[in-house]
Design a protein around this ligand. Structure first.
Ligand code: FAD
Length: 468
């Protein structure tokens, strides 16, 4: 425990500081500005205090303190949320970033990850044993927020969303009690945690099922890039191809500017492109046959498919998107990629405002769509794609143009969407958007919220209002 600053020198905060094993950082402490930073540099919140928790008891102390003194509580896992919902003005931030242990069981095919872990931490623990838990497309994203929203990644076609491999979660509830939620214990809470976000308590650790992938954890993966002018034909081919592929092969499609850095050939640096990042997790002796259509279609600028450990693939794009950039993004689910939608993509792809700005669509099919829509809180299970339009740039002066491009693109595309978006890709867009994203599961989520958090203590998130 370090001493606290004058800003949080009042008696209650001093008592909290004394109770914590971790640090309590206030506005006058030297580490405050760094502690309040999150991944998206567009977010500039000034919390009352940031508690760097060291264990479950620290988390319980913070929840009880916030409740007792009427102080808002924000919860920060990996700090990756683009809407910046891990920090909040005048709130007590429960910062879990020091809780980064993993415990792997190769025999049981499980991994337990503390709530401050990134996916890089989890992959590091599991991939050397030839297995992985479905996660996302980057290593630096937090396990906690990604899991609680659903979790869409390379392994979703074959093994489902991250929540489909969640076996149990340890949770500090709004009343300060501590429970383990699983199919057998607090099953309604467990249902809600699998997609319902941080609405129901502070999760302190997750236990996941792991799946054997590739050969000893080595997959065949990488990008295939085409000229942007080919985007309409590539998108039409891709939308027909993906549903016909074995589930060991997945690929997400993007409109992008080819990064001006190795391993991309210098001749392509800065060129606008349509790309698909493929990942094949099946047996290598079938790889040539399965990958043949994706290697040979059209006139690619680059075919970058190589064997690599799965954790290398997961970390491949992290250096291109370091923390501290400006981010503004918008999302929708799409049942299909219609010709009319492709026209919109072609128009806004030409107008990519900066080198980092991009548009991605991730398949929601295979194992993900075999789980019934009401089996977990994640409601959009009926096939299609999760889309995200991402305005990104290092320069704060470009915050407005990247946001405007993303908003305009989203407004033009939204009429062709399925109606709701992936909560983990949403900014703060209001209650109607949250409701639309949970579809028929919203009312049950509100009932579970009413049971576990009737006062809406945990509301700095994509908020579900408690049913009365
Ligand atoms: C560059 C980038 C790439 C991404 N890629 C993917 C991807 O491939 N697949 C995908 O599905 N998503 C992806 N996401 C979205 C990501 O899932 C969300 O941003 C998610 O919120 C990040 O989780 P976090 O723990 O890092 O975030 P934080 O900012 O720490 O928290 C996000 C939200 O979760 C809540 N929360 C965090 N930890 C806890 C906890 N322990 N208990 C209760 N509530 C908690 C917070 O209160 C907040 O509301 C990506 C995001 C970025 C910025």
């Amino acid at each position: 425990m370090t001493t606290t600053s004058a800003g949080i020198a009042t008696a209650p905060y001093q008592e909290l500081a004394a109770a914590l094993r971790g640090d309590l950082i206030g506005p006058d402490d030297p580490g405050y500005d760094q502690a309040r930073e999150v991944y998206n540099a567009m977010i500039d919140k000034r919390p009352a205090a940031i508690a760097r928790c060291r264990d479950v008891i620290d988390v319980i102390s913070c929840v009880r303190f916030g409740r007792a003194h009427g102080i808002e509580i924000a919860v920060r896992g990996g700090g990756h949320n683009a809407a910046g919902l891990g920090v909040w003005d005048d709130a007590l931030v429960i910062d879990l970033s020091l809780l980064r242990s993993t415990t792997v069981s190769p025999d049981a095919h499980t991994v337990r990850a503390d709530a401050g872990c990134t996916w890089g931490d989890v992959d590091h623990a599991t991939v050397p044993f030839g297995m992985a838990t479905p996660s996302g497309f980057l290593a630096s994203t937090g396990v906690a927020g990604l899991t609680l929203g659903g979790g869409i990644g390379y392994l979703a076609r074959r093994f489902g969303l991250t929540v489909d491999s969640l076996l149990a979660a340890d949770v500090v509830l709004a009343d300060g009690t501590f429970v383990t939620a699983s199919e057998d214990s607090h099953s309604d809470l467990f249902w809600a945690l699998r997609g319902g976000g941080g609405n129901f308590g502070v999760v302190t650790s997750f236990t996941f099922r792991c799946h054997d992938i590739g050969e000893g954890g080595t997959v065949i993966a990488g990008p295939v890039l085409y000229d942007l002018a080919d985007a309409p034909s590539v998108m039409r081919w891709y939308r027909e191809l993906v549903p016909s592929l074995p589930e060991e092969l997945s690929g997400w499609i993007a409109l992008l500017t080819i990064p001006p850095a190795p391993p991309f050939p210098e001749a392509l640096w800065g060129r606008k492109s349509c790309g698909i990042v493929w990942c094949y997790t099946g047996p290598h002796d079938r790889a040539d046959e399965v990958l043949e259509p994706v290697r040979t279609y059209g006139s690619p600028l680059l075919v970058g498919l190589h064997p690599m450990p799965f954790n290398v693939l997961q970390a491949a794009f992290d250096p291109l998107y370091p923390a501290g950039l400006q981010w503004y993004w918008r999302t929708d689910f799409f049942k299909e990629i219609s010709d009319a939608a492709i026209d919109v993509h072609a128009t806004f792809g030409e107008r990519l405002p900066t080198g980092h700005s991009t548009m991605h669509m991730y398949p929601i099919d295979g194992a993900t769509s075999r789980v019934p829509a009401d089996a977990t809180a994640f409601a959009y299970r009926d096939g299609g794609w999760a889309g995200v339009i991402v305005g990104v740039d290092p320069d704060p002066a470009n915050a407005e143009p990247i946001s405007r491009w993303a908003r305009d693109y989203w407004e033009a595309l939204h009429p062709y969407s399925a109606g709701g978006g992936y909560v983990n890709f949403m900014m703060s867009e209001g209650h109607d958007r949250v409701r639309a994203s949970y579809r028929g599961n919203y009312d049950r989520l509100a009932r579970v919220k009413g049971r576990y958090d009737p006062d809406n203590t945990f509301h700095i998130n994509q908020n579900i209002e408690p049913a009365r």
